[in-house]
Design a protein around this ligand. Structure first.
Ligand code: M6R
Length: 607
């Protein structure tokens, strides 16, 4: 949700700004812009809609003007207030064209501020950020740093902002509340960014700003302040965890990430389960078992939410602990009754999702026990939780979440087995789960070989505009996840229903041109599902079955994708790879940008 980047040093900032803006593009790719300046106060403002490459082309045309801008701010936008236009593209500026601002977040009271500022200033954009630039002009007290404090006092969050004062180009200031911000010193100057992905290949260490902290970047150094006082900050080392994203042999990052799933799963289990002794072997989980927990509440969004619902069922079924799942954006507005015997689990790939983070803050304020399952090491949610496990799925750079969901599921199942062993000690059954879990990565690896079959099916099914995804019990949630992926990647309408629910209304939509993807592995629910599938076929519906290999009921479907056999508890893992590949292939058939779907961004840092 918008990426900001800033540089102040001795080199020409333009190449830095463009290169690292590309690394932040997954935070939004509706438009991009830079403002650069040198000590002679010569400046360059450049903006372009859509991808950073458009901005790069525009900047390239001005090549002769590009020397020596040793300070600059940059922004890649995910539109919240106002359409995708050049006018709405950051950096935004004050009426006197002296103060330039980039911002990630949403200024919730911007309407009220704008109403007041409109009496003095003319606005050129629809953004909330332009209000900040006009406010800087109004409150300017001849010192940009002390003005920053006056400005932030007026803002109802959320923000990570960086500002340049054209008359004092040697100083750059930033502030944050809610949205993430890091700073670091490099060889040729000092840098500020929304996150570590911008710089993983160049910085050695970095500092994370906390809410209400401000920062001054000057003379190749930075100083962090809180309530006007200098704060001594720790730095963190940039290590291998922050790998550089690379597509390898794949056309898209999304496909590469799907192909990494078997190794991601091995990694998520490694060091947590001892497959030789069939025991859970993890310090965090042992520490968790010391708490007297009788209830679990789980808070997540999007794909993380779907993984959670499966996880909650495992907690109930396997560990016999009550577990409830909440969509983070809704949970925020429900009455919260804190409980000391409840474990509050926050699950997020990015570790930055705004409403998950806000809930975490609230639960922590009430003194309850918080546990994070996060992928991005050092992210806000990871740092805030009392304890947690990383999903360790490696960098998931573009919008569709795939491999991390599998890692999240692995962590959830390991947690449930650990909690169950702690309460019940039915070692025999636990061993059976662990045995099957050990076989799972190889089974998923085998699924990747179906790629060509899926390609052919996608070609056939790409002519349809609407899909139902059906599943029963835990597989209903897998159906929800896979239908989300089709919508997200191909912009084709897809809805998920529990198989038996179709005849309570949605069946009215069934025609040969409204296909159904029916997830129906060979288990005790298969025949019930078959009855429902027959009802669809009786109405000339088209059904693509996702079924267990060797199932003799194959002929009732128009087409099938086969899944390997496994323990029933593990079936939610099985439809994911084939149906995600199916979505990718349909998106390719329709000519969509798979890594950068329209209207979306990877990290949802605004509520
Ligand atoms: O980073 P998070 O796991 O908190 O993100 C949650 C959702 O925004 C995310 O899963 C989203 O639904 C994905 N784009 C789905 O592929």
């Amino acid at each position: 949700m918008c990426g900001i980047f800033a540089y102040n040093g001795t080199q020409n900032s333009v190449p830095f700004l463009i290169e690292w803006l590309r690394n932040l593009e997954y935070r939004g790719y509706d438009s991009a812009g830079i403002y650069c300046i040198n000590n002679k106060k010569e400046a360059l403002l450049e903006k372009a809609i859509w991808k950073v490459s458009n901005l790069a082309t525009k900047v390239e045309r001005n090549k002769e003007k590009l020397d020596n801008y040793n300070s600059g701010i940059a922004h890649t936008r995910w539109a919240t207030h106002g359409k995708v236009t050049v006018e709405n593209t950051h950096p935004h500026y004050s009426q006197n064209e002296r103060f330039y601002v980039v911002h990630n977040g949403i200024i919730e009271n911007y309407m009220e501020l704008k109403e007041h500022l409109q009496k003095k200033y003319t606005f050129y954009s629809d953004t909330d950020t332009e209000v900040v630039s006009k406010l800087v002009e109004e409150l300017f007290d001849w010192d940009i740093f002390s003005t920053l404090e006056k400005v932030t006092n007026k803002l109802v969050w959320a923000y990570a902002i960086a500002i340049i004062d054209k008359e004092n180009p040697e100083t750059l200031v930033g502030a944050k509340l809610g949205s993430p911000m890091i700073v670091w010193i490099g060889e040729n100057g000092v840098f500020l960014s929304s996150d570590i992905n911008a710089i993983s290949n160049v910085a050695h260490e970095f500092t994370t700003l906390e809410d209400n902290e401000t920062v001054e970047l000057k003379n190749g150094n930075y100083t962090v302040y809180s309530l006007g006082e200098v704060v001594k900050k720790e730095t963190e080392e940039v290590d291998d965890r922050f790998e550089k994203a690379d597509k390898g042999i794949f056309e898209t990052f999304t496909e590469k990430e799907i192909h990494e799933i078997p190794s991601v799963l091995r990694n998520a289990l490694k060091g947590r389960i001892n497959f030789e002794t069939k025991e859970i072997n993890n310090e965090t989980l042992s520490a968790l078992n010391e708490y007297d927990i009788d209830n679990i509440e789980i808070i997540a969004s999007g794909s993380s939410y779907f993984a959670w619902v499966v996880g909650a069922s495992w907690f109930k079924e396997v560990a016999q602990i009550k577990a409830e799942v909440r969509i983070s954006s809704e949970f925020l507005y429900e009455t919260f009754i804190p409980s000391k015997r409840t474990l509050y689990i926050f699950m997020s790939q990015s570790g930055e999702t705004a409403d998950v983070r806000e809930w975490l803050k609230m639960v922590k304020q009430k003194g309850c026990l918080t546990f994070g399952i996060v992928n991005v090491v050092g992210s806000t949610i990871a740092r805030m939780c009392d304890m947690g496990l990383y999903s360790h799925s490696g960098i998931e750079i573009w919008v569709a979440s795939t491999k991390n969901i599998v890692a999240q599921l692995a962590v959830l199942l390991t947690m449930s087995i650990s909690m169950w062993l702690n309460r019940d000690l039915q070692m025999k059954d636990a061993k059976a789960y662990i045995e099957k879990l050990e076989e799972l990565p190889n089974k998923l690896e085998g699924q990747l070989e179906q790629k060509n079959t899926i390609k052919v099916l996608a070609k056939k099914y790409s002519k349809y505009s609407n899909f139902f995804y059906l599943g029963k019990n835990l597989l209903y949630w897998t159906a929800c996840e896979c239908s989300l992926k089709l919508k997200e990647l191909s912009y084709v309408h897809a809805e998920a229903y529990s198989t038996g629910e179709l005849k309570h209304g949605p069946l009215a939509l069934i025609t040969p041109d409204f296909p159904v993807i029916a997830i129906n592995p060979k288990n005790e629910l298969r025949d019930k599902n078959i009855s429902n599938i027959k009802e669809i076929k009786a109405r000339s519906g088209t059904v693509l079955g996702v079924i267990t290999a060797g199932d003799t009921t194959k002929e009732i479907y128009d087409d099938v994708i086969e899944m390997p056999k496994t323990h029933n508890i593990l079936t939610p893992f099985l439809p994911l790879i084939p149906l995600w590949l199916f979505s990718v292939e349909i998106a390719k058939e329709l000519g969509k940008d798979i890594d950068k779907p329209q209207n979306l961004a990877k990290s949802v840092t605004v509520e």
